[in-house]
Design a protein around this ligand. Structure first.
Ligand code: GLN
Ligand code: ZN
Length: 771
């Protein structure tokens, strides 16, 4: 082993890497657009890393290895892919003359080429961060094809900061991988563990030689139930750390396990030759006395400060948890439960928020202070007693602050009865809707948004700056809506949308228009690659002071005789894409949002809107990582959707939209939403979902997407007909709708128009064959 320094008493599992002003976004997008070269990109990346190191040192992380080396140009899983050389065969030879995957190869995997789709992207555990999915097969070769993690460590060290290099651990890497195109049907990526481990071992030796005293291997997959049997995972963990533990000259090893309790894997890691184990002691529980006994001799890195939400830590509660660990005679240090990459950087930047609200919040920088305070508590409880009392006082004052609990909202929730969650029988609704809408077979529609053009964004920016008045902005948006309606008329769509030009974001728009929320100015959180979102803060009881979408929907409907869909974001998605209050069950918060949406639906109906779509693209995202927790989640989430929509008249057609194609696991829940029509993503998976729908006997309207909107590629009419042909074989034609996979917001007009024209043409052809 290299240096034998103790694990730092205070640390973070990870830190935001996009930069305080999204400098990384600007640099990599500039690099992609050929505005800066690789050297300038490298310089920008180094500046961000050193900026982080300086900032974290200033905030008190001044021991060796306390600063997490979690910087990434794009994604931590992609980093692992490039370090171990796991390039899918479909990309051909991406290595350069030195046998290395350089920055261009790296971005090729992330962004694809003209011929090759990029690596698939999917959500990182129960966060809204997306990682790139490794594709592993029997043919995959593994070798050290990048040493970026070593170079980053050396650069920081040369500048006076000994960081703690970070790698996604080998077991998590393989558990998150999918089988490559070349792999046989029953192939399990974990079967390649023996070939992956030597490459990790080599990296560890190099890091040790470079002077790293600690390495962090991140193994979040160990806290989530997997399809692979537990015994197999236990064996993989034991074997992995046996091999890595034996790597020559390696740093000391910290294995981190964010996002929940380790359960069956704790004894396995306790028995492994690693020097420190991080446990999520915020979301997961404090391990039992028996489990703690197994950890003797290792440092326990207690993740007591939540890395995934933004409320200040209940320092008294955390101190109590730390005391239990300390009393068990363990070497305990303090950290966050997860990387703080899931929260914004610094709440002091949000000067537009009230001082009161700000005092309730801890972004990444504030979490550092919390960790440092708790580390001080472990050494000398008296030293942090004042800070702990202060935190308790703020939490107590929050509980009684104006707007946190509104009696009228609570009374309304308490008075709900089962009838409020149920509509009439579908057969009755269907008859009423057929009569009210008189739609052709295979009705065509879109998911809601039309391209957000530069003009739309610039108008919004000018309105926000006060350069144009609110009325001028409204006029511009109405002109846009008129264009979108005329286009759909011309294309001959059956059910129209207004195009959502007035919405900056489908959640933030509602957050800005409901009480109980606030939005941030600089609170960007990386969503994937260079993309960031600014989640809203849901801190109080939710109420709707006035109608939100009605004026727009009514105006759009006035432009056409065809039905215009009212467009709302559902309660689960509003929660999933916001930072949500932690002082009551999520289901209660969801129902409050549900009631506000229910009132909005009533107002839309009164304004003559006959079809209302309530989007729930995030329904799958919040699904708990442990199977045992899933039924309760599905119960409250489905109920909140039903509460939102069940006030609608029989003749009002309720649509919903979901954004993913893995249907199997939650198909009962989707059925439980009881929407009249459900649109879902399907084009990329060539309509695989229709099998699930058929097997399940899904009985209501369904629109499997026939146009993949995630790329500028235009699907031809023949391709769309073929997809529709597959769909009508599995789903009765009378249930089938025709629509793209998702909203068109990120697309340009040229490809959108052509694609939609093909979609309508193909529908007409398939329709003609039906009769
Ligand atoms: N109605 C939204 C849109 O069309 C839905 C977006 C989504 O599913 N993410 O943009
Ligand atoms: Zn979608």
């Amino acid at each position: 082993m290299s240096k034998n320094t103790a694990f730092p008493s205070a640390s973070l599992l990870g830190y935001p890497r996009i930069g305080r002003r999204r400098e990384l976004k600007k640099a990599i997008e500039g690099f992609w657009a050929n505005k800066i070269d690789a050297t300038e990109l490298d310089a920008a990346a180094k500046e961000i890393q050193l900026g982080t190191a300086r900032r974290l040192t200033e905030l008190g992380l001044n021991e060796a290895a306390a600063i997490p080396g979690t910087f990434s140009y794009y994604d931590q899983v992609l980093d692992a892919i490039t370090h171990i050389g796991a390039v899918p065969a479909r990309f051909g030879e991406l290595r350069n003359a030195d046998g290395q995957l350089d920055i261009n190869a790296y971005f090729t995997l992330a962004r694809g080429t003209v011929e090759q789709q990029p690596l698939e992207m999917t959500k990182w555990f129960d966060t809204n961060y997306h990682y790139l999915v490794p594709e592993i097969g029997p043919e995959t070769t593994f070798s050290l094809t990048s040493t970026r993690v070593v170079e980053q460590f050396e650069y920081a060290l040369a500048n006076g900061f000994e960081t703690r290099p970070y790698l996604v651990g080998p077991v998590t890497f393989l558990l998150l991988s999918k089988a490559s195109d070349e792999a046989p049907a029953d192939f399990n990526p974990l079967s390649r563990l023996e070939e992956v481990l030597p490459v990790y071992a080599e990296l560890l030796s190099r890091l040790g030689a470079a002077g790293a005293s600690w390495i962090q291997l991140d193994e979040p997959a160990l806290v989530a139930d997997q399809d692979v049997p537990v015994a197999e995972i236990q064996a993989a963990v034991a074997r992995s750390y046996e091999v890595l533990g034996a790597a020559a000259g390696r740093p000391q090893i910290l294995v981190s396990t964010p996002f929940g309790a380790l359960s069956e894997l704790l004894p396995t890691l306790a028995g492994a030759p690693i020097e420190a184990l991080h446990i999520d002691a915020f979301k997961g529980a404090v391990p039992s006395a028996e489990e703690l006994a197994l950890l003797a001799g290792k440092t326990v890195v207690a993740g007591v400060v939540d890395g995934h939400n933004i409320w200040i830590n209940d320092l008294a509660e955390s101190a109590a948890r730390l005391d239990i660990l300390k009393a068990a005679g363990l070497a305990v240090t303090v950290s966050t439960s997860t990387s703080t990459q899931h929260v914004p950087q610094d709440v002091t930047e949000e000067t537009q928020l009230s001082e009161e609200l700000r005092s309730w919040l801890a972004f990444a920088d504030q979490k550092v202070t919390e960790v440092v305070t708790l580390a001080a508590h472990l050494v000398d409880p008296a030293s942090s007693a004042v800070a702990i009392c202060e935190a308790s006082a703020v939490i107590a004052s929050r509980a009684v602050a104006a707007g946190v609990k509104r009696p009228e909202v609570r009374a309304r929730l308490a008075a709900l009865t089962p009838a409020d969650f149920n509509r009439s029988n579908f057969a009755i609704r269907e008859a009423a809707q057929d009569e009210a809408l008189a739609l052709p077979p295979l009705p065509t529609t879109t998911i809601g948004s039309f391209p957000q053009t530069g003009e739309i964004r610039s108008a919004r920016a000018r309105a926000n700056k006060g350069a144009i008045t609110a009325d001028e902005y409204t006029t511009l948006m109405k002109e846009e809506i008129k264009r979108v309606v005329e286009l759909q008329e011309e294309l001959d769509f059956d059910v129209l949308v207004h195009g959502e030009p007035e919405r900056n974001d489908m959640v933030q728009y509602f957050a800005e228009n409901l009480e109980g929320f606030n939005v941030t100015v600089h609170g960007w959180v990386q969503s994937y690659g260079s993309r960031c979102t600014r989640p809203s803060i849901l801190w109080g009881d939710v109420t709707r002071e006035k109608a939100i979408t009605v004026e727009w929907a009514e105006y759009a409907q006035s432009l056409t005789n065809k039905p215009m869909k009212g467009m709302l974001t559902g309660p689960v998605t509003i929660l999933a894409w916001s930072f949500v209050r932690d002082d009551q069950p999520l289901g209660d918060t969801a129902n409050q949002v549900g009631l506000a949406l229910r009132d909005e639906i009533a107002d839309l109906e009164a304004a003559g809107i006959k079809i209302i779509q309530v989007d729930e693209p995030a329904l799958r995202e919040l699904l708990p990582l442990r199977r045992a927790d899933q039924p309760a989640y599905l119960d409250w989430s489905v109920n909140s959707f039903r509460l939102s929509t069940a006030g609608a008249a029989d003749a009002t057609q309720i649509h919903t939209h979901l954004c993913y194609s893995e249907f199997g696991v939650i198909i009962d829940a989707i059925d439980g939403l009881d929407a009249d029509v459900t649109s879902i993503e399907a084009a990329r998976s060539r309509m695989e979902v229709v099998n699930d729908l058929e097997n399940h006997g899904f009985g209501r309207g369904v629109g499997p997407g026939v146009y993949d909107i995630h790329s500028p590629r235009v699907p031809g009419a023949a391709e769309v007909s073929e997809l529709l042909g597959t769909a009508v074989k599995h789903v009765p034609a009378r249930q089938l709708w025709v629509n793209p996979d998702c909203g068109l917001k990120t697309r340009g007009y040229a490809e959108t128009e052509e694609s939609l024209r093909n979609l309508v043409q193909a529908t007409k052809e398939v329709r003609a064959q039906l009769v």
